[in-house]
Design a protein around this ligand. Structure first.
Ligand SMILES: Nc1ncnc2c1ncn2[C@@H]1O[C@H](COP(=O)(O)OP(=O)(O)OP(=O)(O)O)[C@@H](O)[C@H]1O
Ligand SMILES: [Mg+2]
Length: 236
């Protein structure tokens, strides 16, 4: 079966309704009203501008201090479990993604938690690892993997669960040229909707919509070329 539960042409609808996030009195995200329905949405902006905070709101990892966020009409706080099953999140630090010592066991744990039958666990795990060219890492200890291997492994753990939406927080930051290309191609080939934060502007070049964050606000929103150009002009 091809990954992704979405029918071609249908997309999740994500709505930010004046969502705001403050941490200890400091505003990380100013009240934001925004609809996202695209197949590929990219996010750029300087360090600390609010990109991760924005992305974490989408699957309820961070709760809005004020306002709300919904995915297909389901509130990310009050219906967190349903939202979470739809949206897979690949963390900026991949060591936060993998809990069990052995990679294969970790992926299987995630699948079991989503009700995948025991008989299918091995094949689903193998498929997710092969898709990223890392089947040979299945029985390795996660803490012994190199930074790039761990990043690919973290992506595999999420893809294995076949979410409708994949949220990627800097998926290529530790990767070499070959693996950057591999991850970029994997992202391009996904049937799932994708929201990707990246400082690697080549990853986002083919995205239909890119948001530019600055000081906790969306200051740019449009096709990749235009918004990347705006970002470069702001930081010249
Ligand atoms: N859990 C937290 N507690 C306190 N402050 C936080 C927390 N998470 C984020 N912040 C602060 O909120 C602001 C936005 O952080 P965020 O992680 O969203 O930035 P970012 O755009 O993803 O940056 P980077 O490119 O460095 O990953 C920063 O000033 C950060 O220090
Ligand atoms: Mg971040």
């Amino acid at each position: 079966m091809t990954p992704g539960q979405q029918k071609p042409g249908t997309h999740l609808k994500i709505e930010f309704l004046e969502a705001e996030v403050t941490f200890e009195g400091r505003t990380a995200l100013h009240p934001l009203k925004l609809d996202l329905t695209g197949r590929r949405v990219g996010i750029i902006g300087l360090n600390g501008s609010g990109k991760t905070t924005f992305a974490r709101l989408i699957n309820g990892l961070t709760k809005p201090t004020k306002g709300s966020v919904s995915v297909n009409g389901r509130d990310t706080v009050t219906e967190a479990e349903a939202v979470n099953a739809d949206a897979g999140f690949v963390f900026q630090s991949p060591q936060n993604q993998i809990i069990l010592p052995i990679l294969k066991d970790d992926i299987e744990l995630g699948l079991k938690a989503r009700g995948v039958a025991k008989a299918d666990l091995a094949a689903r795990t193998e498929e997710a690892l092969s898709r990223l060219g890392i089947a040979h890492l299945a029985k390795r200890r996660a803490h012994e993997l190199s930074g790039g291997e761990l990043q690919l492994a973290a992506l595999a753990t999420v893809l294995a669960t076949r979410p409708s939406l994949v949220i990627l927080d800097e998926p290529t930051n530790q990767l070499d040229l070959q693996n950057r290309r591999r991850v970029a191609e994997t992202i391009d080939a996904l049937n799932e909707d994708v929201i990707a934060i990246s400082h690697d502007l080549t990853v986002l070049a083919s995205f239909e919509r890119v948001l530019l964050f600055h000081d906790g606000r969306v200051v740019g929103d449009g096709p990749a070329d235009d918004v990347i150009h705006q970002y470069e002009a702001m930081n010249r």
